[in-house]
Design a protein around this ligand. Structure first.
Ligand SMILES: [Ca+2]
Ligand SMILES: [Ca+2]
Length: 317
């Protein structure tokens, strides 16, 4: 069990509280100042189980599930801050999809950015200073934008003619990976976080055995902590979770899910597990949160209520 560090000094009283906090709720780590903090193995996700999208937290063992939002309408795309004390998310509660944030226990829900646009899918930089998000344009679909949290300044990172979605900063915050479409299907792209030309990494990959070529789906990318790209692909036939080098080379399949549907794989910061949603036990049914070890073993189901999406480790990369 992880002990408490209380601003430089150990405290027997806090250690007792740590034991209690670790027992219930188990997804919360110990805190020293009253500010709730998600444990490193907490997993946030959104789900339609209540009838409208809301944000939940569970643990890598599947215990201690809690609901963090209760507002009508969509609350989704949760993203935990690097210090695990804040959850950024997207919500329609003001009438338009906007970026919001809340404390790790769901308290103090506040608008992070007030705009007149549809803003979605926040993702933190690893230095905690910036939020990457997607903003919908009438002319260029979803584009990537970056919000600087200290100054409130926003700047546009991409303006490709189709949708750029599901973007994440690389572990060194130097690159951004995203899913995009250049007219031949869904592919994985990267762009320098400082701006510049986006590069497609998976163009021309065909589904194995197709002649003429049927372009593979390569999408929903994120990063491994050692700087590879984690993504979904049907290039081997069924849907699989894959990794590749950040230049698109060296693609390796982690797990083959066959005819299942799957969504949004992301890896824990220690590189040991991948979390995603799938209907692998009930093809065509609702998707639930699952984990698998990074070597493809120990596929585990963590939730049973269905219609889950956008899972991520609190300590995610
Ligand atoms: Ca809701
Ligand atoms: Ca676009």
């Amino acid at each position: 069990m992880r002990m408490l560090w209380n601003k430089g000094r150990w405290s027997a009283g806090l250690a007792v509280m740590a034991l209690w906090c670790a027992a219930w709720p188990p997804t919360y780590g110990a805190v020293d100042d009253g500010d709730p903090q998600l444990g490193a193995n907490a997993i946030v996700f959104s789900s339609l189980r209540s009838g409208n999208d809301d944000i939940y937290v569970t643990s890598v063992g599947g215990g201690g599930e809690r609901r963090l939002t209760t507002a009508d309408g969509q609350d989704g795309a949760p993203a935990v801050s690097p210090d695990r004390r804040t959850v950024a998310f997207a919500s329609v509660r003001t009438g338009e999809m906007q970026l919001w944030a809340m404390d790790a226990d769901g308290e103090d829900q506040r608008q992070l950015l007030a705009s007149t646009s549809f803003d979605f899918h926040p993702a933190w930089s690893h230095d905690g200073g910036r939020i990457l998000f997607q903003r919908r344009s009438a002319t260029t679909g979803f584009d990537l934008w970056v919000l600087d949290l200290a100054s409130g300044a926003q700047h546009q990172l991409t303006s490709l003619p189709r949708n750029e979605v599901g973007a994440f900063f690389s572990p060194d915050d130097q690159w951004v990976v995203f899913g995009g479409n250049n007219g031949t299907g869904q592919d994985v792209w990267v762009v320098p976080a400082s701006g510049g030309g986006p590069v497609v990494l998976t163009a021309g990959v065909c589904i194995a055995g197709t002649d003429p070529c049927v372009p593979a789906f390569d999408g929903q990318p994120s990063w491994t902590p050692d700087g590879r790209i984690l993504f979904l692909s049907d290039r081997a036939g069924g849907i699989g979770i894959w990794t590749m080098a950040p230049d698109g080379s060296g693609a390796q399949e982690v797990v083959d899910l066959g005819g299942a549907s799957a969504a949004m794989p992301s890896m824990s910061a220690n590189g040991q597990r991948i979390v995603f949603t799938t209907d692998v036990e009930d093809l065509g049914g609702q998707r639930n949160v699952h984990t698998v070890r990074s070597d493809g073993s120990q596929l585990r189901r963590l939730t049973y209520a269905g219609d889950d999406l956008a899972p991520g480790f609190a300590s995610g990369s």
